[in-house]
Write a protein that binds this ligand. Sequence first.
Ligand code: SF4
Ligand code: SF4
Length: 383
Amino acid sequence: MAKINPDFAKEIFKYGNTDFQACYNCGNCTAVCSLSDEHNSFPRKMVRASVLGLEKNIQSSLDPWLCYYCGECSTTCPRGANPGELMMSLRRYLTASYDWTGLSKKFYTSKISELIAIFIFSALILVLFIFYHGPMDTTLTEQGGVKLNTFAPWKTIEIGDWIMAGLLSFFLITNVFNMFLKVIIKDKTVKIPLKLYFTELWKLIFHFATQWQFRKCNTKDDKPSDVKKTLTYWIMHWLLMSSYITLFTMIVGFLWWFQTDEIHNWWHPQRLLGYYSTLGLTIGIIYFSINRIKKDIEKSKFSHYTDWTFLVLLFLTTISGILVHLFRINGMPYATYYMYVFHLMVLFPMLMIEVPFSKWSHLAYRPFSIYFNNLKIAARKEE
Ligand code: SF4
Ligand code: SF4
């Protein structure tokens, strides 16, 4: 018999803001959802499971990840139960349930815990710089730039980047593995043949690279303005994601090329990639912040405090990165050095909290959920 958690509603309320208990099970939400199909029928089933407190069923379900929060279900719900926001809350809840360290749950359910973690990670960077920074050379290079690599040699910073990337990968991979155990291994209704893991792999890569499901978040009855909104949202989301991945790749894999004292021409690939990423992040941050302030699309009507922490940390990381660049090429040594330390003091907590335990982890869980879901569908067809 399915195990019931009578306190589940109280628990899920910490992850979002929805009156899902008002649901009277009419099914309108599932009928209008453009992403629900014969293999995965949602969100009504998830609303029902939440009302009944069927925690284990929810933890082993992929449905919350297959929802891209177009909000159609919430606007259609006759009871104002806001199923779209419930699906969002369940994604946060699932992120916490995959995380074996318990940190994700702490960050999602306690503002104080998240603030303390940010403070600790920032303080760690500050202490490391206080004790180990290089000389604050105020002489400039022949091109008139700051000698940043004297103050913070890229070889030393790179070691820190690798340690950080190793930790992030370890936590994220083990959490994804935990997801795999819950949704594939514990599902006794289907057995996945080994070859499918390989033949379906391209879907994981495709959906990670394109976030294509956002494009499908429209019904045939949608007005052109709604279709345009969906397209804009998808482009913005993709811009933010690709900018972040480009920057992350450069700081972890190519710091020797990215952090130079030499000032390249503006059209040099190093600068162009830097400009693409910072511009993409800036546009994305402005777009998503305006949406959250104006609350004019369904998915931005409610903001969990972690949505704002993410945007604020990302904004501070981006703006400080832009300032480091401007101070460096304009020959302002002290401004460059202090801003560089501040940049790492926000970058480090942003990555350590958001990648394995919070918002950025959705970038992994979404394509993996599509991949796992396709494995199940393909295996059932073969049976
Ligand atoms: S439309 Fe509203 S009331 Fe009807 S099943 Fe969905 S959540 Fe429940
Ligand atoms: S928010 Fe959109 S995609 Fe998600 S369940 Fe509702 S209608 Fe479906």
